[in-house]
Design a protein around this ligand. Structure first.
Ligand code: GLU
Length: 908
C-alpha cells in the first residue's frame, strides 16, 4: 500500500519540480549500520550552477554531518540510552538544494516503506520472539535535517506522507511551525519570527531608520524578510529597497542588486536575509562595484558565524553585524574532530574533499596527473584544530541535540512497547509503531538537558527555544585577520554591548542610515514620499510642536516655550505703578491732589472771607471736590484691573468730570441767565440761589451717575484679557476705548454747553472776572480733549499709552480748572488779604437794604466799585444793562452772595 502511495503521490508532490522522482543512488551517502536507523540530511556541498551539486564543499554541512555521527557514537556508547540497541545512520547530501534533497530523501522513504513490510529482517532463533537480523541496518525512524528551510519544507512534505518524524537543527522558516502542513516536523532551533525581531531590534538600537534589504528566493529568505518588513514598518523603520536574489542568480544579478542598493545612497544599512552563498555573492558584487566600505551589513543566521564564507571578502564584510542562534561550544566534539583523519574516517565519503579544501592541500593519492603546482600534498600531521583555523560550527549543538532527541524518544518508546521482551531490543511493536504517535507522544514530550547543559524541549509546534548571539565581524588588532566577536545576545530582548561594536576602524561611533536627519527643536517633518524621508519645516512662532508632523496654535494668551514642546500662559500686561508712565501719571496726580487739598484748606480757612463767600462756597467746594476726584482717578486707572477697580474707574471718571463741568455749567448758565434776564426785565431770574445752584449741579451729576449705573447694568464692570498681538495679553477693564468715550458723551455735552456759556459770558466781569476764567478753563479743556482723542486712539492701542494719556488728560483737566479758577483767588487770599476784607464804604444799612431787597435793588443798583485802581472795573465796560453788584475792596461779589445779609460787603 505504501508502495502504491509512493507511485501515486510522489509524482504529484514533485509535479512542480524539474527532477524525476527516481532515487539517485549514484551519489555517495553514508550508512552506519544499527538496529534503528536515523536519516541525515546535510548540505555537504553548495548548490551547483549547472549540476545540482556544486564542486565546493560546504564546511558547515560537513561539521553538522560529523556532529550527527559524533552524537550517534556517544549514544551507542552510552549504556543508559537504548542500552541494547544501536543507532545507525543513513546520511545524504542535500547540496543546499531542495529538489536534490527531495530526490535523496526518497532513499529514506524506500528503506522505511520496505522495511515496515519486510518480515525477513527478523529472525526467530529457537522459535523465540522475532528479533532483527544482525546485519540489518534498520528502518529510518526519523530524519535529522535539513539545514536550509526550503530543503526542510520539501523533505517534510514527503516525510509527512510516510509519517516519518523529522527534527531539523537549522531550518528556521516560520512556515515550518504550521502543524497542518508539517505534521511530524520539529526543530531544535526557533522559528524566524524571533530572528526578524532580533534584526529589527538591532536596527533600532543603532538608530537606523532607513535601510535596504536583500533576501534569497525560497522559504527562508522570503518568509524571513516578510516578517522583518512587517515588524520594521510597525517600528518606524523604512525600507528603501528590497531586493530578491533568485535561485538562479548569476554575477550580473548580484551586480544589479548592488547598483540598486547604491541608488538609495542614504540607506547605508543593508539587512541580508539570505542563504550563505548568496550573502557571499553580494559581498563579492559589492567588492566589484568598489563599494567595499560603503554598506553596513546586518545579516541573519544564513550568514551567521561562518569564517570560510568570507574568504576574499573580509574587507567588505568588516563591521557587519550577524545574528546566530545562541549555542554552546561542545568541547568533546572538538576532540572528536581533532581525532579525524582522512585515512581513518572512511564513513564519511566527503571527508577527504573537506580535508583538502580545509587545509588547501591535496591528498597524495588524489594528485591529478597534470600536476597542480599550487597545491601541496597534505601533511600527515594535519589535524582539525584551532591552530589550523578550525572552529566549531555554531549549529553543531543543535545537530547533537536533534540526534539525542530521537535517541531519548526511542529509548522511552522502547521501554514502553518492548518491555515484554527479555532484553530491551527493537521489537516489532517498536518498528511498527506509528510515526505520528511517536512524534506526538514521545518527541514533543521531550524535556532534557543536553551535553553542554542546555535545556532541550519543543513547544506544541515543535519549535525550540529562541536565543540568539549578536556577532560583529571585526579586524583582529595588529593583524590582517578578522574574527567574529560576540557583541550582544537576544533572549526576549536585545542586549547589545555598544563599546565592543566596531562598524569601521576609521570611523568613531555608529554610522548613520537615515533618509533625513532629525528636525531641530521646534520644527516638524514634512513628509517627502517615504515616511522616513522629510524636510524640516518651522512652526509659526505662536505654535508648538504637537507631534512630529503637526504644529498647533497655543491659542490666545499662550506662547510656546523655546523648545516648542508645549505652551505657557503669557504674563498679562497692565500699567505698572513702577513704570515710567505710571510714575509720571501718579506724580502729576499727587501734585494735583496736594495742591487741591491746599486750596481746599485755604478756602476752609478763609471760608468767611468775602472772596470765598463771593465765589459761591458750595459750588466752589463741589468744584474742588470734582477736581480732587479727577486727580484720584489716576490711581483707579493705574490700579491692576479687577471688578472693583473697573467699577471705580467708570464711576470715578464720569463723576469727576460731571462734578467739574456740572458745577461750571451751573455757574455759567446762572451768570448767563442773570445777565440775559437783566437785559430784558427787572425780574430776578429763577434758581439763582446757592441752594438752587447746588441742586442743579447735583441733578447734572446724578444724570451722569444714572448713565453710569445703566451702562453698568447693560455691561457689568470687570477685567478682561485682550490680545492686541499674538504675543501680548493685556488685562484691561472691559469698558475702554470707544465704549469708554461713549460713556462720557454726557460729560462732553456738559463741556460743550458749558463752553458755549463760557463764550457767551466771557466778557462779564462778574465775580473777579470768573466768567473769563471759566472761559479759559473751558477752552483749554476743549483743547485738551481734542488733543487727547488722537493720542488715545492713535497710539496703536498700546494699553500703557492709552491709560497714561487718559490719566494725564484727566489730571490736566483738573489742573486747568484748578489753576484757572482758583489761582486768582488763592493769589488774593495769600498775597492780597487786604482786598479780602469787608470794608463798609457806604452806609451799612443801605447795603443791608440791598441785601434785604435783592429782588428789586439787584437790577437797578448801579454802584461803582472801589478797589485798587487797577482792579476797578469801569462800569461802561459792563454795559448799560450791567446788573448792580456789591463791591468790596477789589472783590466783585456775587449778587447772590451779597443777597445774604451776613455777606454784606463794605462799599467804597
Ligand atoms: N536558518 C537557515 C534556514 O532556515 C539555515 C541556516 C544554517 O544552515 O545555518 O534556511
Amino acid at each position: 500500500m505504501i508502495l502504491l502511495l509512493i507511485i501515486r503521490f510522489i509524482p504529484l508532490l514533485l509535479a512542480n519540480q524539474d527532477i524525476a522522482p527516481q532515487v539517485d543512488s549514484t551519489q555517495p551517502s553514508t550508512t552506519i549500520p544499527g538496529d534503528i536507523v536515523l536519516g541525515g540530511l546535510f548540505p555537504v556541498h553548495a548548490r551547483g550552477e549547472k549540476q545540482p551539486c556544486g564542486q565546493k564543499i560546504y564546511h558547515r554541512g560537513i561539521q553538522r554531518m560529523e556532529a550527527m555521527m559524533f552524537a550517534i557514537e556517544r549514544i551507542n556508547a552510552d549504556p543508559t540510552i537504548l542500552s541494547n540497541i544501536t543507532i545507525g545512520a543513513h546520511i545524504v547530501d542535500t547540496c543546499s538544494q531542495e529538489t536534490y534533497a527531495l530526490n535523496q530523501s526518497l532513499q529514506f522513504v524506500r528503506v522505511s516503506a520496505l522495511n515496515t513490510m519486510d518480515t525477513s529482517i527478523f529472525e526467530c532463533q529457537d522459535h523465540s520472539i522475532p528479533r532483527p537480523k544482525n546485519n540489518y541496518s534498520g528502518p529510518v525512524f526519523g530524519v535529522v535535517g535539513g539545514s536550509y528551510s526550503s530543503v526542510s519544507i520539501q523533505v517534510a512534505n514527503l516525510l509527512t506522507l510516510f509519517q516519518i518524524p523529522q527534527i531539523s537543527p537549522a531550518s528556521t522558516a516560520k512556515a515550518l511551525s504550521d502543524k497542518n502542513r508539517f505534521k511530524y516536523f520539529a526543530r531544535t532551533v526557533p522559528p524566524d519570527s524571533y530572528q526578524s525581531s532580533v534584526l529589527v531590534d538591532i536596527i533600532k538600537s543603532v538608530n537606523w531608520s532607513y535601510i535596504s534589504t536583500v533576501y534569497s528566493e525560497g522559504s527562508y529568505g522570503e518568509y524571513g524578510i516578510e516578517i522583518f518588513h512587517k515588524e520594521a514598518t510597525e517600528r518606524s523603520v523604512c525600507i528603501a529597497t528590497a531586493e530578491k536574489v533568485s535561485s538562479s542568480a548569476d554575477d550580473k544579478e548580484f551586480d544589479n542588486i548592488i547598483i540598486k542598493l547604491k541608488k538609495k545612497s542614504n540607506a547605508r544599512g543593508v539587512v541580508l536575509f539570505t542563504r550563505a552563498e548568496d550573502a557571499r555573492q553580494i559581498l563579492l558584487a559589492a567588492k566589484r562595484a568598489n563599494a567595499t566600505r560603503y554598506f553596513y551589513w546586518v545579516a541573519s543566521d544564513g550568514w551567521g558565524k561562518q569564517q570560510k564564507l568570507l574568504e576574499g571578502v573580509e574587507d567588505v564584510a568588516e563591521g557587519s553585524i550577524t545574528v546566530e542562534l545562541q549555542s554552546t561550544h561542545i568541547p568533546d566534539f572538538d576532540m572528536y574532530m581533532m581525532s579525524l583523519t582522512p585515512e581513518e574516517n572512511k564513513k564519511n565519503p566527503w571527508f577527504e574533499q573537506y580535508w583538502e579544501d580545509f587545509f588547501q592541500c591535496t591528498l597524495e593519492k588524489n594528485l591529478p596527473l597534470e600536476t597542480d603546482v599550487t597545491l601541496n600534498v597534505c601533511n600527515e600531521d594535519l589535524r582539525l584544530t584551532v591552530e589550523y583555523g578550525y572552529e566549531q560550527e555554531s549549529k553543531v549543538q543543535f545537530v547533537v541535540d536533534a540526534v539525542y532527541a530521537f535517541a531519548l524518544a526511542l529509548d522511552k518508546l522502547n521501554k514502553d512497547v518492548c518491555k515484554d521482551y527479555d532484553q530491551l531490543t527493537v521489537c516489532p511493536s517498536m518498528t511498527q509503531y506509528s510515526g505520528a504517535d511517536f512524534y506526538q507522544n514521545y518527541i514533543l514530550d521531550l524535556n532534557f538537558t543536553d551535553l553542554v547543559g542546555s535545556p532541550v524541549k519543543f513547544d506544541k509546534s515543535g519549535d525550540g527555544l529562541a536565543r540568539y548571539d549578536i556577532l560583529n565581524y571585526q579586524r583582529l588588532p595588529n593583524s590582517s585577520g578578522h574574527h567574529y566577536k560576540v557583541v550582544g545576545k537576544w533572549f526576549n530582548f536585545l542586549e547589545l554591548n555598544y563599546e565592543d561594536l566596531i562598524f569601521d576602524h576609521n570611523l568613531s561611533g555608529t554610522p548613520m542610515s537615515v533618509c533625513s536627519l532629525p528636525c531641530e527643536v521646534g520644527m516638524i517633518k514634512k513628509q517627502q514620499g517615504d515616511t522616513c524621508c522629510w524636510i524640516c519645516d518651522k512652526c509659526e512662532e505662536y505654535e508648538y510642536v504637537y507631534d512630529e508632523v503637526t504644529c498647533k496654535d497655543c491659542g490666545p494668551g499662550n506662547w510656546p516655550y523655546p523648545n516648542k514642546t508645549s505652551c505657557y500662559e503669557l504674563e498679562y500686561e497692565y500699567v505698572r505703578w513702577n513704570s515710567y508712565y505710571g510714575l509720571g501719571a501718579a506724580a502729576f496726580s499727587c501734585l494735583g491732589i496736594i495742591t487741591t487739598l491746599i486750596v481746599i484748606g485755604l478756602f476752609i480757612k478763609h471760608n468767611d472771607t468775602p472772596l470765598v463767600r463771593a465765589s459761591g462756597r458750595e459750588l466752589s467746594y463741589m468744584l474742588l471736590f470734582g477736581i480732587l476726584v479727577c486727580y484720584l482717578n489716576t490711581f483707579a486707572l493705574l490700579a491692576k484691573p479687577s471688578v472693583y477697580v473697573c467699577f471705580t474707574q467708570r464711576v470715578g471718571v464720569g463723576l469727576g468730570f460731571s462734578i467739574i463741568y456740572g458745577a461750571l455749567l451751573t455757574k455759567t448758565n446762572r451768570i448767563s441767565r442773570i445777565f440775559d434776564s437783566a437785559s430784558k426785565s427787572a425780574k430776578r431770574p429763577r434758581f439763582i440761589s446757592p441752594k438752587s445752584q447746588v441742586i442743579i449741579t447735583l441733578l447734572l451729576i446724578s444724570i451722569q451717575l444714572i448713565i453710569t449705573v445703566a451702562y453698568m447694568i447693560v455691561d457689568p464692570p470687570g477685567a478682561k484679557l485682550y490680545f492686541p498681538s499674538r504675543k501680548t495679553a493685556v488685562l484691561k477693564c472691559k469698558i475702554q476705548g470707544t465704549s469708554f468715550i461713549c460713556s462720557q458723551l454726557y460729560n462732553m455735552l456738559l463741556i460743550t454747553t458749558c463752553t458755549i456759556y463760557a463764550v457767551k459770558t466771557r466778557k462779564i466781569p462778574e465775580n473777579f472776572n470768573e466768567s473769563k476764567f471759566i472761559g479759559f478753563t473751558m477752552y483749554t479743556t476743549c483743547i485738551i480733549w481734542l488733543a487727547f482723542m488722537p493720542i488715545y486712539f492713535g497710539t496703536g492701542h498700546t494699553n500703557e499709552t492709552q491709560i497714561t494719556t487718559l490719566c494725564v488728560a484727566t489730571s490736566m483737566n483738573a489742573t486747568v480748572a484748578l489753576v484757572c479758577l482758583y489761582s486768582p483767588k488763592v493769589y488774593i487770599i495769600l498775597f492780597h488779604p487786604d482786598k479780602n476784607v469787608r470794608k463798609l464804604t457806604m452806609n451799612s444799612a443801605t447795603n443791608k437794604k440791598y441785601a434785604a431787597q435783592p429782588s428789586t435793588s439787584y437790577a437797578t443798583s448801579s454802584i461803582s466799585m472801589k478797589g485798587t485802581p487797577g482792579e476797578a472795573i469801569p462800569m461802561e465796560k459792563v454795559g448799560a444793562a450791567t446788573p448792580s453788584r456789591s463791591s468790596c475792596a477789589g472783590v466783585q461779589t456775587d449778587p447772590q452772595e451779597s443777597a445774604e445779609p451776613s455777606d454784606a460787603i463794605s462799599l467804597l
